[in-house]
Design a protein around this ligand. Structure first.
Ligand SMILES: Cc1cc2nc3c(=O)[nH]c(=O)nc-3n(C[C@H](O)[C@H](O)[C@H](O)COP(=O)(O)OP(=O)(O)OC[C@H]3O[C@@H](n4cnc5c(N)ncnc54)[C@H](O)[C@@H]3O)c2cc1C
Length: 338
């Protein structure tokens, strides 16, 4: 009989884990405390407006494609994902703008609006981030950093990639104009990091975007969540919504199941938990007898990384790039946020 797995949480992490384990033949139940799937990528409604709660930028579409190909299916039959020509528009407080894209000719023009000299520095920066990408993404992104020997082995290459510098410091080695420095060191913000303190390894995102481009799913990110939910139904993955796991039940150092909404118990052989670690270690695992002294100290020091303040609003006007509504939209943002 297939082993039973419970996946806690239906963010992209949980959805991907459910599908990957199902493709390996396991019996999967996904439990989500919210009334619908997606986690930070959840879609919610207010009045006649529909909002994508979080992510909009897709940088590695092949990761979504893989989830469908595991079942010999094509993602294009479920959701349309299209490449974008303009990736980001930066608007500085003095009204100057920088259009960031994958088109090298346009990038040269945009960079030279601020500084002629920095175009060469930008090319050198891209070449350096390729090396970081090869190590940090290609070699290490799917390796768990939970083994001291493995971690120590990575130190020499991480030092040669200047991982001890912050993203902003590394970018500043190549780019002299302050506004361009801000443009090219913004990527940690996408993952809740501070460019002035986050290790320069995160500049790999700059190269990752150049390699695969930036994509958007038609209908919003929610349409990717819907597509994955449809695939999960087709592949007989059980989904339980509005079900908060309030306890991870274990015995003799092995998980036995989960308690839902403080009442029902579902048994299982394995658990993949995608809830925030402080919540898991402090609240969901009731017996702390297996935590050693060092881990208990670590738990006390654990802190949440920087989050985002997201302002959701609706407009009855269509906002077009370069159009007058677009201008009014920026005026509104500047008036609101200064
Ligand atoms: C505003 C915003 C914009 C972003 N923009 C981008 C972007 O453009 N591109 C990009 O790549 N990334 C972006 N991100 C980051 C991206 O959204 C996240 O990295 C990703 O969605 C996280 O997925 P996850 O599965 O790790 O966690 P989550 O999405 O947080 O999923 C965790 C799930 O677990 C559930 N859960 C937790 N505890 C329990 C429990 N006890 N019982 C049951 N369920 C539980 C939660 O309800 C949640 O659904 C953005 C994030 C935000 C907030």
């Amino acid at each position: 009989m297939a082993k039973k797995v419970i996946i806690i949480g239906s963010g992209f992490g949980g959805l991907a884990a459910a599908l990957r384990l199902r493709a390996k033949g396991l019996d999967i139940t996904l439990v989500e405390k919210q009334p619908d799937l997606g986690g930070r990528a959840r879609v919610f409604k207010k009045g006649s407006f529909i909002y994508d709660g979080g992510p909009t930028v897709i940088t590695a579409p092949y990761l979504f494609e893989e989830l469908f190909s595991l079942f010999n299916k094509k993602i294009s039959n479920y959701v349309e994902i299209v490449p974008l020509d303009l990736w980001y528009r930066f608007v500085f407080s003095d009204g100057q703008t920088f259009d960031y894209s994958g088109d090298e000719k346009l990038m040269e023009k945009e960079i030279k609006k601020f500084s002629d000299k920095d175009f060469e520095g930008y090319n050198n920066l891209v070449n350096f981030t390729e090396k970081i990408f090869n190590k940090g993404f290609t070699d290490l992104s799917d390796k768990p950093f939970n083994n001291l020997t493995f971690m120590l082995k990575q130190v020499p290459s991480l030092l040669s990639l200047k991982s001890y510098k912050s993203v902003y410091k590394l970018v500043s080695d190549y780019i002299k104009n302050e506004k361009l420095r801000r443009v090219f060191s913004m990527h940690p913000l996408l993952v809740g990091g501070n460019p002035f303190t986050t290790t320069s390894i995160y500049t790999l995102i700059l190269f990752l975007e150049k390699k695969w481009g930036i994509h958007y799913s038609m209908g919003g990110t929610g349409s990717v969540v819907k597509a994955l939910e449809k695939l999960m139904h087709e592949e007989n993955i059980k989904i339980i919504k509005s079900a908060e796991v309030t306890e991870i039940i274990s015995n003799d150092n092995r998980v036995k199941g989960v308690k839902i909404n403080n009442s029902e118990i579902i048994e299982c052989d394995y658990i993949v938990c995608n809830s925030d670690p402080p919540n898991v270690y402090q609240n969901l695992i009731k017996s702390k007898s297996n935590y050693n002294f060092l881990f208990k100290q670590k738990m006390k020091r654990m802190d949440y990384s920087m989050g985002l303040f997201v302002y959701y609003f609706g407009s009855k006007k269509t906002i077009q790039r370069g159009g007058s509504s677009y201008y009014l939209f920026w005026k509104f943002l500047r008036k609101t946020f200064g």
